[in-house]
Design a protein around this ligand. Structure first.
Ligand code: F6P
Length: 572
């Protein structure tokens, strides 16, 4: 079923878009200092669902703005677009695919169709296979070639086959419940084709006790395949080629290539082309490595948290719908107020890999220049995402956020720390100290500090401009009750759907990624040249002046590398 749901008008041609454009003038006249005095406004800008609490009262927006944004959502047929996604229509039209990551975490008895087939039984078939396999490995009934239990795992993959699992792993690493299940085990990731990453990933590991999971949707990604061949060599040079069967498994949609690589198809865990790479953490891509490390029961909680948000996203009215609100506010900030960036600031070290993951989810999804029908956009889509955990970010880039450019911020806080620490005699617990910053920063951004206030504090005249804070800088605060596997799933799904909302409103295809192709194909040309120059001393040819110069310099400076070097693995 191919969706050809043509949008003849761009969203910017609709009346709600024009109304919002005109409304910007009204908002520019307001200051958050005053907006925050309106209790009723603030109260109606707070939403709660399943323990998650969103406060968006510090957005440069009024209730009128919100009403206008809901009208914009209507003009973009947001509800219908969400329904199209859930009903398996091929909304990824340039790849002619459904977009069904919600099916990856649906309950066993759910019915979600793609191309007339309920995909949920297939999803659970793989989940059950992962549960069995990970239990075998964890219990020691699946052993390595020399009979030793496999206690360490290296997951090889890049982009969506890496960032999501890394985020979840990092978040679970300090969760007391997950920690119990992970005792004596290690999970590492190998993503970059840089041999330094190979060295880091195997440092201190013994091939005899290591299981390798090669994760690649396509099983053609250059970085992943070279890393997989490198680690295969690491295993077979230590244990013999037959050890590969016991030490390497795969996650992919391309089971033919998995087999060609030399991995037993019985040890391959499938997923499907209706799962986008950056939306694949809930497939075997994340579930297998995470189950090996923490056991399936923990990962199942993560899936349940995501599923709870999936239901909420599909059914809640827009005014109460956390992902919809997040998405509409992003559109407001980017397309109307002209703030193209967003800082993701979790006040939890466990979420240190959240911003890098959302960078891919958001920027690979919405970094587009044409509408879904190929019309060049007369407005910018996508946003520039970056972030660091608070309070580390405060001592790094917050200066710019407070007094330089206006960057809308997402403050993410946790009520109960995974690892509480109290010191007798201290004013507050360590987590309260962290959270003091979580509560203070949004107000500092919103209210700022005026010259009058500084004068009252007897600040010297010449320092007043430097110490003034303009305020009126938007942020939102998201408070989670705790940070267990379930909450991590909720957070993930909220952001995935937020990105979809933005894309639906901008009228783009958030589910393809053609922009990554050009660089890849040019690298192929360079690879050929490097091989020809190193093995046949062929001169650099076919590149522009600048690239030829750089390549020649690189080759000359490394001419001591033999034409046909023997295998060399990192020694670390
Ligand atoms: O960077 C482009 C990309 O295609 C991402 O979308 C994807 O997550 C990543 O490469 C890895 O792809 P694969 O899982 O096929 O190896």
């Amino acid at each position: 079923m191919v969706l050809r749901w043509l949008r003849t008008t761009l969203i910017c041609d609709t009346q709600p878009w024009k109304d919002l454009k005109a409304h910007v003038e009204d908002i520019k006249k307001t200051h958050l200092r005053d907006l925050m005095n309106d209790k009723e406004r603030c109260e109606s800008m707070m939403v709660e669902f399943d323990g998650m609490f969103l406060d968006y009262s510090r957005q440069c927006a009024t209730l009128d703005t919100m009403a206008k944004l809901y009208k914009l959502a209507e003009a973009a047929s947001l509800k219908q677009q969400i329904n199209r996604m859930y009903s398996g229509e091929h909304i990824n039209s340039t790849e002619n695919r459904s977009v069904l990551h919600v099916a990856l975490r649906a309950p066993r008895d759910a019915v979600i169709n793609s191309d007339g087939k309920n995909v949920v039984p297939d999803v659970w078939k793989v989940l059950d296979k992962i549960r069995d396999f990970s239990e075998k490995v964890r219990s020691g009934s699946w052993v390595g070639a020399t009979g030793k239990p496999l206690k360490d795992v290296i997951a090889i993959g890049i982009g969506g086959s890496f960032l999501g699992p890394l985020f979840v792993h990092t978040a679970l690493q300090t969760d007391p419940e997950a920690v119990e299940f992970a005792k004596g085990r290690q999970l590492r990731f190998l993503a970059n084709v840089d041999p330094i990453d190979v060295a880091r990933s195997i440092a201190g590991l013994n091939p005899e006790t290591t299981l390798v999971v090669v994760v690649s949707k396509t099983f053609t990604t250059a970085e992943t395949m070279l890393n997989a061949r490198t680690i295969r060599e690491w295993i077979s040079s230590a244990l013999g080629p037959s050890a590969v069967a016991k030490h390497m498994v795969a996650v992919s949609t391309n089971l033919t290539l998995v087999e060609k690589f030399g991995i037993d198809p019985n040890n391959a865990f499938a997923f499907w082309d209706w799962v986008g790479g950056r939306y694949s953490v809930c497939s075997a891509v994340g579930v297998l490595p995470l189950s090996l490390q923490y056991g399936f029961s923990i990962v199942e909680k993560f899936l349940k948290g995501a599923s709870s948000i999936d239901d909420h996203f599909r059914s809640a009215p827009f005014e109460k719908n956390i992902p919809v609100l997040l998405g509409l506010l992003s559109v407001w900030n980017v397309s109307f107020l002209g703030y193209p960036a967003r800082a993701i600031l979790p006040y939890s070290q466990a979420l240190e890999k959240f911003a890098p993951h959302i960078q891919q989810v958001s920027m690979e999804s919405n970094g587009k220049g044409v509408s879904i029908d190929g019309v060049p956009l007369p407005y910018e889509a996508g946003e520039i995402d970056f972030g660091e955990p608070g309070t580390n970010g405060q001592h790094s880039f917050y200066q710019l956020i407070h007094q330089g450019r206006v960057i809308p911020c997402d403050f993410i806080g946790i009520v109960k720390s995974q690892q509480p620490v109290y010191l007798k005699g201290e004013v507050v617990s360590n987590h309260d100290e962290l959270m003091s910053n979580f509560f203070a920063q949004p107000d500092a951004l919103a209210y700022g500090k005026t010259a009058e206030q500084l004068l009252k504090e007897n600040v010297s005249q010449h320092l007043i401009p430097h110490k003034t804070f303009s305020g009126n800088r938007p942020s939102l605060s998201l408070l989670l009750p705790s940070l267990g596997a379930y909450n991590i799933g909720q957070l993930l799904a909220s952001y995935e759907h937020r990105v979809a909302v933005e894309g639906f409103v901008w009228g783009i295809n958030s589910f393809d990624q053609w922009g990554v192709e050009l660089g890849k194909s040019l690298a192929t040309q360079v690879r050929k040249q490097l091989n020809a120059s190193r093995t046949k001393s062929e001169p650099v040819e076919g590149f522009n002046f600048s690239t030829s110069k750089l390549l020649t310099r690189y080759l000359q400076a490394s001419s001591d590398i033999p034409a046909d070097p023997p295998t060399l693995l990192p020694r670390i």
